[in-house]
Design a protein around this ligand. Structure first.
Ligand SMILES: Nc1ncnc2c1ncn2[C@@H]1O[C@H](COP(=O)(O)OP(=O)(O)O)[C@@H](O)[C@H]1O
Ligand SMILES: [Mg+2]
Length: 455
């Protein structure tokens, strides 16, 4: 295994009987981090790993990896890991020495990392005999010993070619790590350029380097593997009227709430609060990802509302919120979309909520471009559905196209709009397989009241 979910999904089979894996990329692309992640994942599972370094010193390596929560010294003390620092080799003759030393380790270790292969390749130069010897050694190490051999290779900045004397041809897997800078934000990809015996449809896997966590990536789930929504699990709204029109909410479905962007009165919070009350009523763990930092959060709003209605309910609701609700602020302008989605999925994996509230989704959509946003949104919603997470997306109304696009991938739509006649605030309510209804705003606030008095 490689210990990176998306890669294991795609490459799982290739690794069964030993494999030579080439990881190439320009400086800072994450090669050392990926190679150590693979090493760490195996060693932690009892498969010993030897890390052959021609670059970093032992101290730097151990310290750097500790920042990503990889404690190699602990593995070393259990004899599952060894850091083998190779002194600078300037004489091609010494390649033979290296080979024989590594051979001595071949029965004990099952994962080998060479970080990096590039200096070896440079020393060998035009010497085709030594080159063949070196490549055969690594190839046989993988195949005869049934090991994972990972060769890291440097690609000079601005170049796309490997210039490694053909090692890419004997490798079973070639992974190219890439980074683009778009509008000042880094997007990282693993390009799976070659994977022997694996059917490939996804060529580029976006990933993010998360502090204290390491490499995180996800591949879009296949539609044919997904349930439509989670059958048999649904949640009722806290009031009869809303249940008749919209309820119950199926687990894994998406609710889209739209409010006027130029009139976001306190009332525009209420649909979100009703959804939060649904979560509290059913004791659902809830994660809120907020793309703005409003003066009043969902949590402030619902507790203040409750306090106005009944001090006793306020106590109960406060307690429920402390137990069940986690809030995270994310500025979508600080991450590329690929990073943003990887990060959000990571948050969901960590907190395992049953309800996810994404507040003000119009912001990432505007920042990153609606079209690109839609592709990732679609994949992300599939992932949430696969994991039974119900999603509430709230948005300020931007334009008809964006509204319809979001509505088209939602099971429920709650749209607030102003009319000139009294009472001015109306709700357009729609859920799949039912006719839409237009009702007075009071339906929602009454629903919230009912919840508050019932706790
Ligand atoms: N503590 C950290 N938190 C988040 N990212 C980090 C951290 N340390 C390093 N990085 C990122 O990881 C990358 C370095 O990865 P590395 O595996 O050393 O690259 P390579 O071996 O390809 O040169 C850098 O681009 C840097 O931005
Ligand atoms: Mg490196």
């Amino acid at each position: 295994m490689l210990g990176v979910e998306a890669l294991d999904d795609i490459l799982g089979r290739v690794l069964d009987s030993g494999a030579l894996i080439l990881i190439a990329g320009s400086p800072g692309a994450g090669k050392t981090l990926l190679a150590s992640t693979i090493c760490y994942a195996n060693a932690s599972n009892g498969i010993p790993c030897l890390y052959v370094s021609l670059q970093e010193t032992r101290e730097v390596f151990f310290k750097h990896m500790k920042d990503f929560n990889m404690d190699f010294s602990e593995l070393e003390s259990r004899d599952l890991f060894k850091y083998y620092k190779v002194p600078i080799i300037i004489d091609p003759e010494l390649i033979n020495n290296l080979i024989s030393e590594l051979s001595a380790y071949s029965s004990k270790y099952k994962v080998f990392v060479i970080d990096s292969f590039t200096p070896l390749s440079i020393i060998v130069g035009e010497d085709s005999k030594t080159r063949a010897l070196l490549q055969n050694f690594f190839y046989n190490l993988a195949k005869l010993e049934n090991s994972l051999v990972i060769l890291v290779a440097e690609i000079p900045i601005g170049k796309d070619s490997l210039n490694l004397g053909g090692v890419e041809f004997v490798s079973d897997v070639v992974l190219i790590l890439k980074q683009y800078v778009e509008r000042g934000l880094i997007t990282r990809f693993i390009e799976v350029r070659k994977a022997r015996e694996a059917p490939l449809s996804i060529g580029e896997i976006p990933f993010k380097i998360v502090e204290e966590v390491g490499i995180r990536s996800f591949t879009p789930p296949k539609l044919e593997e997904l349930p439509s929504v989670v059958r048999g699990i649904s949640y009722e709204y806290p009031c009869r009227e809303l249940n008749e029109i919209l309820g119950p909410v199926s687990a894994g479905s998406t609710i889209y709430v739209v409010v006027p962007s130029d009139a976001r009165s306190t009332e525009t919070y209420v649909p979100g609060l009703v959804s939060l009350s649904l979560a509290l009523k059913h004791r659902l763990k809830t994660l809120i990802i907020d793309y703005v930092r409003p003066p009043h959060t969902f949590i402030d709003s619902i507790t203040e509302y409750a306090l106005r209605k009944s001090p006793r309910s306020y106590e109960v609701i406060n307690k429920l919120i402390n137990e069940l609700v986690k809030i995270n602020y994310v500025n979508p302008a600080t991450m590329s979309l690929e990073e943003l989605y990887t990060y959000e999925i990571e948050l969901v994996k960590q907190h395992q909520p049953k309800l996810l509230i994404l507040n003000r989704v119009d912001i990432p959509s505007r920042i990153h471009g609606t079209e690109k946003y839609f592709t990732y949104l679609w994949n992300e919603l599939l992932w949430f559905r696969k994991h039974g997470v119900t999603v509430l997306r709230t948005s300020a109304y931007v334009n008809m196209e964006e509204y319809l696009q979001s509505a088209s991938i939602s099971e429920t739509v709650i749209r607030l709009f102003k009319t000139r006649k009294e009472p001015s605030l109306k709700l357009y309510l729609w859920t799949e397989r039912r006719s839409p209804k237009i009702v007075d705003f009071q339906v929602l606030s009454k629903c919230l009241d009912e919840f508050i008095y019932s706790v």
